[in-house]
Design a binder for this molecule. Sequence first.
Ligand code: FMN
Length: 252
Amino acid sequence: MPVLSCILFCRVSTIFSNVARFTPVILRNFVISCLNIPIFFHISCLLILTQYFIFARGFIPRTIFMGEQMMKILVINCSPVRNGATAEIVSIVKKCVEKENTVDTVCIDDFEIKLCKGCRKCNEIAECFQEDDVVKLMKKYDWADRIVSVSPSYWADVPGQFKVFIDRCTPWCNTHVPHAKLASGKKGYVIALRTGSSMLECERVISSIEHFYGHLEIEPCGKLGLCGVEFKENLNGRLEEIKTFCELIKSP
Ligand SMILES: Cc1cc2nc3c(=O)[nH]c(=O)nc-3n(C[C@H](O)[C@H](O)[C@H](O)COP(=O)(O)O)c2cc1C
């Protein structure tokens, strides 16, 4: 044992003394080789590192640094339930997109919306005779560049509260003249969820909302269907799907 320790000590001290002896040479060679590398290589490395810290680590939102326009995004909970699965998706979407954009979230139940009477007066004067919160909600649509509707399936369609709102948007419907108009260039997205397992039913909900977007001249730009979701707990394990969809919402 003492012999082994002695040999080991000798080996280690030899290594250290060699390193100590050659350190100035190694350092000098390192400095010389650095000086020999063209300056633009150093600048490129510096730029890559800076971009990594700014963008990948998210120190400064890309929109601010690059002077890109921040978008205004409206996320709507089309369900009357304020703390259910739909509300949970709304808050996930908000968290995903709010770093680079201005986000407003609403729940359809925040608004007092009377039933459409089917009188068709709005076909002539482009507004409804009823006074309630429809115009208030439509002002939010007008404010937004991107609209994200998150809707559960209630009997294979949007919840009644949201359907009433759609009916009351007839003054903005582009099938008759005159009609009220939202600012142009808006993009629309839909996330539909349901308890059952067939995606066909999510597609029905999505197509109701995209039909609505079409008549308001909001361009449908993305859809996501989530089956097997009854309560917010059922969203555990679906986060990646939703986050990937948010990338689409954020894309220029
Ligand atoms: C009145 C009502 C009708 C529903 N109809 C359906 C249906 O037809 N198909 C389905 O898969 N789920 C149906 N569901 C379940 C919802 O789509 C599901 O629970 C969703 O996650 C509800 O989200 P929320 O609690 O945020 O409103 C229904 C739920 C309610 C309350």
